[in-house]
Design a protein around this ligand. Sequence first.
Ligand code: CA
Length: 279
Amino acid sequence: MIMSFFPAARLGVLLAAAMGAAGLTWWYTQPPALPPAPAGMVTVPGGPDAHGREVAPFFMDKSPVTVAEFGQFVAATGYRTQAEAFGDAGVLDYRTGQWTLVKGANYRQPRGADQPAAPPDHPVTQVSWNDAQAYCRWANKRLPTRQEWEHASRNAQADYAKTYPWGDQLVQNGRYLANTWQGTFPALNTGADGFLYTSPVGHFGATPLGLTDLGGNVWQWCADWWDEPATERLQMGGSFLCDPGVCHGFKVAGQAHATPETSLMHVGFRCVKDVSSSQ
Ligand SMILES: [Ca+2]
């Protein structure tokens, strides 16, 4: 009895050990489950980027920061934007095709004091890199890096080969998939996509990851410097002023740049957040 018991017990121990080792191996090879994204944000999985460098997972605002959201920041803090301090900001005059500094242009009235107020559900514009930085800090977030923006644009796929974050088409079944420029820049903007200027965030749909306005609508400030020595900050995503024949900035990894105090009527931002900082 005893002799026959021990081999069986030893077999059980061996089986348990084998199963334990297998379980341990599984545990080591599986990435830890990510916490749910905070409200209004989307989880961007980590992994290798298109250049073979590792990206940590992060949370990204689903959409660019809206006029209403920026207004909440101003109401809570009394913050004054750089455009308001300067008393003017950059506006493209569609009649002349020229960029001009327009007095009274700011995030409330992006094309000037005598022009319409910015709708609350549109992306905030006429905010400088410094303004964007201040908002993200207030929200306990930060501006995305170039690597993070590109990774999100590629839907966290290192081998993503499509032209745009949402796919290969700009127009599908007669429906535009982003707010860009139709006509010939800068002489004629037909507004065939429904908008001559900004559009409500999310109007044109979301990428497979669930992010909106990653291409078109407004350029968005990133954390990185554009150049060396550092004088200008990076923007990504393209805008409603991008005519694909002139500026195809709403493609994956499309880039622009400006000095950090610059405010323009087609530049906004969104924030990101470390996964670890939210736990
Ligand atoms: Ca448009």
